[in-house]
Ligand binder design. Structure first.
Ligand SMILES: Cc1ncc(COP(=O)(O)O)c(C=O)c1O
Length: 478
């Protein structure tokens, strides 16, 4: 079979016959087949440029084919591309050191780093650290709308029953509590709805006059009041729960940004009951929100941090966790606690080290905040003209647009889906040229565009996005 000579139609016929449908490809009718990538662009269907506003679910924060990161990867390719994870190599040691030092600077705690390959595997490893620290306890708290991966153990702390229903239960389990999704408050506080529409400051949600006073936190804290609520033995305050898994900005749940003050209060409560706090930065880490770790925005110091995706700018699978020294020192987590053949693969650790060096050479804490503010402003202009953009919000370059009915609140999944499919057609014209637009849909009602452009995007490219997005909205409203 001459690979290069196959047409897209022939490839799609092979795909339908030989590829499992278990992954998420078939959410899209008529998927394009991409051939190359550069910066913020993917190319497919006769070289049509697709402006990518999801960047491999935030795994390529620093742009496709980033020359500096690619050069380090290439150098590793030519020197030590393969070596078993039981042996040491320079870039593993240097990357762990850099991540541990950066994290210590931010959270004020010494710790160590353990590598693996995918996000879900890092979550699995974190469950091992937690469970071995808490006498094998297998119950966790996690958020409604949270996503931590789809291996069996990660699915147990991911809220959607849909991801579990065919497979039965695994050996740990989460109790899911409401995330502070103020636009659609679980407890029905309407003041929160207005506040998230940019009409009042995020800082005031939960604490400002007439606000809810963090009702969701109050409800959670109440669980610890009596043993009859099922989580605590009041005799010595022992709880049945080992850890709380959180995303500082809920990612697959729809890029939901919590109000300031929420997480620090939650962390205080967990500390009181000796429950570990696990900060899942797999999607929001590496400056997506304008900080290395998104949790930095909220003044907390987690016990464990998990990361993956943009650690290598998507070049080579590599994930990992950082844990406080007490949880992961060689006695607490001895050799053989976990292992995977590819866990600290040298191409991944070289790309990871180059990514951190790239970050050091650019001031992303300023760049991302400025670009994010610009794009959010442009999207809010669109919101003023199109009431079907029910909620528009953002932290750095993690932005959300919730598509609704014209009442600005009732979720409109069908509209979001039409816009998404139309963007992927690659036939949206601007200045006489055809473009595609790559979007991602998330959220509790599958009506939310979770926008994750490359942090290296230019202002012209952001303007082009707004133009393409508006054309698609108009086309799909007709
Ligand atoms: C917050 C979060 N945790 C965990 C995962 C799982 O990562 P992976 O898909 O690499 O297994 C994801 C993936 O999207 C994620 O967004």
């Amino acid at each position: 079979m001459e690979h290069d000579a196959l047409t897209d139609e022939e490839l799609l016929a092979l795909e339908s016959q030989y590829c499992s449908y278990g992954d998420t490809v078939h959410y899209l009718n008529d998927p394009p087949i991409f051939t190359h990538a550069e910066g913020v662009w993917l190319y497919g269907r006769g070289d049509i440029p697709y402006l990518d506003f999801q960047m491999w679910y935030s795994a390529v924060n620093f742009g496709y084919r980033n020359p500096e990161i690619e050069a380090a990867h290439q150098h590793q390719m030519e020197t030590l591309p393969q070596v078993a994870s039981q042996y040491l190599h320079r870039t593993k040691i240097l990357l762990a050191t850099a991540l541990a030092r950066e994290t210590e600077q931010r959270f004020g705690q010494r710790g160590r780093v353990h590598f693996n390959v995918g996000g879900a595997q890092a979550i699995e490893d974190s469950l091992k650290v937690v469970r071995s620290q808490r006498g094998g306890k297998s119950l966790m708290f996690a958020f409604m709308g949270g996503y931590h991966g789809r291996t069996l153990a990660a699915s147990e702390i991911t809220s959607s029953f849909r991801y579990r229903r065919r497979f039965g239960h695994f050996a740990n389990r989460a109790q899911f509590v409401p995330y502070p999704y103020c636009y659609r408050c679980f407890y029905g506080h309407s003041s929160a709805h207005a506040a998230t529409k940019g009409r009042s400051r995020r800082e005031e949600i939960g604490t400002g006059e007439g606000s809810c006073g963090f009702e969701c936190l109050r409800q959670f804290a109440q669980l610890f009041e009596t043993e009859y609520y099922g989580v605590i033995d009041r005799k010595d305050n022992a709880t049945e729960y080992a850890a709380f898994y959180m995303e500082p900005v809920q990612a697959t749940g729809g890029y939901i940004i919590p109000p300031i003050g929420y997480f620090s209060k939650l962390a205080d409560l967990l500390r009181q009951y000796n429950i570990l706090l696990v900060d899942d930065e797999i999607q929001m880490g590496f400056y997506r929100t304008g900080r290395l770790w998104a949790a930095e925005h909220f003044g907390i110091s987690p016990d464990i941090v998990t990361f993956a995706k943009s650690l290598t700018n998507g070049l080579n699978p590599l994930s990992g966790l950082w844990a406080r020294e007490e949880l992961i020192n060689p006695t607490a987590f001895p050799p053989g606690s976990t292992h995977s053949t590819f866990s600290s693969n040298p191409l991944g650790t070289a790309a990871g080290l180059a990514t951190l060096e790239y970050i050091r050479r650019h001031d992303f804490s300023t760049i991302v905040v400025e670009k994010g503010a610009y794009l959010l402003g442009r999207l809010r202009e669109l919101q003023n003209r199109y009431p079907v953009l029910g909620d528009v919000d953002g932290l750095g370059l993690a932005l959300r647009v919730e598509m609704t009915k014209p009442d600005g609140f009732t979720p409109d999944r069908a509209l979001a889906d039409r816009i998404f499919q139309a963007g992927m057609q690659g036939d949206t014209q601007v200045g006489g040229k055809c473009y595609g637009l790559v979007l991602d849909i998330g959220g509790y009602y599958k009506n939310t565009f979770t926008l994750a452009p490359a942090l290296t995007i230019s202002y012209e490219e952001m303007d082009l996005f707004v133009e393409l997005f508006e054309i698609l909205i108009r086309r799909c409203l007709e």
